[in-house]
Design a protein around this ligand. Structure first.
Ligand code: AMP
Ligand code: MG
Length: 488
């Protein structure tokens, strides 16, 4: 059996140091209505299975002995300066408002300010019940913990804003889903855990004072240049209007873009039933609970506008003159589809090697995507191959590609260095669903080598890595994962 920690992931020097966190907590200073004090609930037998030393250093944490880290990242020991709280929020889930959600299985240990000057939350996920657990057990099982670890770190390496993974611990306890599964805790790092739903909960309660406090807090923490609630709305709109096209440009489907999973910071948050597409189809859905396709791949821009409209609705509640605020907010929200489209176009232009903006580019890109969908072309491999010679092989009918490529080559003549542009925009490696599932199966059998290998390869997604060619292959018919589950 492979050891839990890959040899390269821990600096031997670090064992001389004591694990320490330079906490500088701000959320715990907010009014008590914002959270419940809640310590993580200790687990039976913590075992550290992953630790992200690069991220630890960035956020100011000094790594320590493996046993100490296992206890801290399991929630058995509280590091000095931690002020553990479960945050309150609400949100629309699949379009239905749920007046109270909150951290039902997570606690915020506190915040640090990193070597880059950025403030970040350090949160344990799967750390036991809280006052917001409702019917849940407050726990997570190993599969989703490792999935979030790999996929969020891959997302970061792709250059897309996201929460990150600092550590994963096996708890030595079973959690009951449909069957008994090994329990785990993920340590998640985020620029904050403020969500659209954090605003909604105070707005829905008519708690204007706390809504104002939250607005000021969010501006100070994320968008210090923003002017008032409408400035904040504009800033969040812009961040989300950049994020969703970035997802789409790598074939990512979030799967559960509820308003409580829509971050004010503009980071991707909550890797539940998410997946990267293999063969392209605009209506692709993975989540087993998304029966109506609300969060399908190409529906994501519409849904994020809907989410931002909910943020607008919440923010408006703090204005005395609501009519004027409604008017301004409406304008801000109505401008969002055009921003999404603009960002989408820029991303996809780059994917086919174009920098100049020309009329007809949208049609050219759409034509390719239509042909890809009709020919079950692999999303990642088709775009990656555009800079080489073999793109046509990705199509069940290669002539469908040739028909498109004639126009594309003509258009490319008006570009400087399309190959370089494409290489920077089209990753070779994404966390393919079947590989993630295989990695989880191996880890459950005690073999963490696929986990470490995936992390290492996905850390350099744009580099050709011939020794990892197997990780580029789409799934064989028996490997295809048809659904990802929310049973997290
Ligand atoms: P999610 O689907 O992960 O965004 O979670 C939605 C809500 O359900 C959040 O309030 C979570 O804290 C809560 N939740 C999810 N799983 C559990 C669990 N096992 N125990 C308690 N609460 C949970
Ligand atoms: Mg969530």
């Amino acid at each position: 059996m492979t050891g839990p920690i890959s040899p390269s992931s821990l600096n031997p020097k670090s064992s001389n140091n004591a694990l320490s966190f330079p906490f500088d907590n701000s959320y715990a200073r907010l009014p008590t209505a914002f959270y419940a004090q809640q310590a993580p609930v200790p687990v039976a037998a913590p075992r550290l299975v992953a630790f992200n030393e690069t991220l630890a250093r960035l956020i100011g944490i000094t790594p320590g002995e493996v046993e100490d880290m296992a206890r801290v990242f399991a929630g058995n020991d509280l590091p000095q300066g931690a002020e553990p709280i479960a945050q309150l929020y609400s949100g629309h889930q699949f379009g239905h408002y749920n007046p109270q959600l909150g951290d039902g299985r997570a606690v915020l240990l506190g915040e640090t300010v990193g070597t880059d000057g950025k403030r970040r939350d350090i949160q344990l996920k799967g750390s036991g019940p809280t006052p917001f657990s409702r019917q849940g057990d407050g726990r997570a099982w190993l599969g989703p913990v490792l999935r979030e670890y790999v996929v969020s770190e891959a997302m970061h390496a792709l250059g897309i804003p996201t929460t990150r993974a600092l550590a994963a611990v096996e708890t030595g306890e079973d959690v009951l889903r449909e069957v008994a599964l090994p329990g785990a805790v993920l340590t998640r790092v985020a620029q904050s855990h403020l969500r659209v739903g954090t605003f909604q909960v105070f707005a829905a309660r008519g708690d204007v004072q706390n809504l104002k406090t939250l607005t000021q807090y969010a501006i100070a923490r994320h968008y210090p240049q923003a002017n008032g609630p409408m400035g904040l709305l504009r800033a969040v709109r812009d961040a989300q209007a950049a994020l969703i096209p970035a997802w789409m440009s790598v074939g990512f489907i979030h799967g559960v873009m509820n308003t409580d999973n829509c971050a004010i910071s503009g980071e991707t948050i909550d890797y539940g039933p998410c997946a990267f597409m293999d063969s392209y189809h605009p209506n692709m859905v993975f989540s087993s609970i998304d029966r109506g396709g609300r969060y399908a791949y190409s529906n994501q821009p519409d849904i994020v506008v809907w989410n931002i409209a909910q943020l607008a609705t919440a923010l408006i509640q703090q204005f005395a003159d609501k009519d004027e605020a409604v008017e301004e907010a409406t304008e801000i929200v109505h401008a969002m589809p055009a921003l999404l489209q603009e960002n989408w176009l820029r991303n996809f232009r780059a994917k086919i090697g174009l920098i100049r903006e020309e009329e007809g580019d949208l049609e050219l890109i759409s034509d390719l995507l239509t042909r890809m969908a009709e020919n079950q072309a692999d999303f990642t491999n088709t775009f990656r191959a555009l800079a080489g010679e073999r793109a046509r092989d990705q199509f069940t009918d290669p002539a469908a590609f040739d028909g498109w490529a004639k126009n594309w080559r003509l258009r490319q003549e008006r570009e400087n260095d399309p190959k370089r542009v494409m290489k920077g925009a089209n990753p070779a490696f994404i966390p393919r669903n079947h590989r993630v599932e295989q990695m989880i199966q191996a880890a459950m059998a005690g073999d963490y080598s696929p986990f470490h290998r995936l992390n290492a390869v996905l850390a350099r997604p744009f580099d050709a890595q011939p020794e990892a060619a197997d990780l580029c292959h789409p799934p064989s018919s028996s490997e295809i994962v048809h659904a990802t589950f929310c049973g997290t």
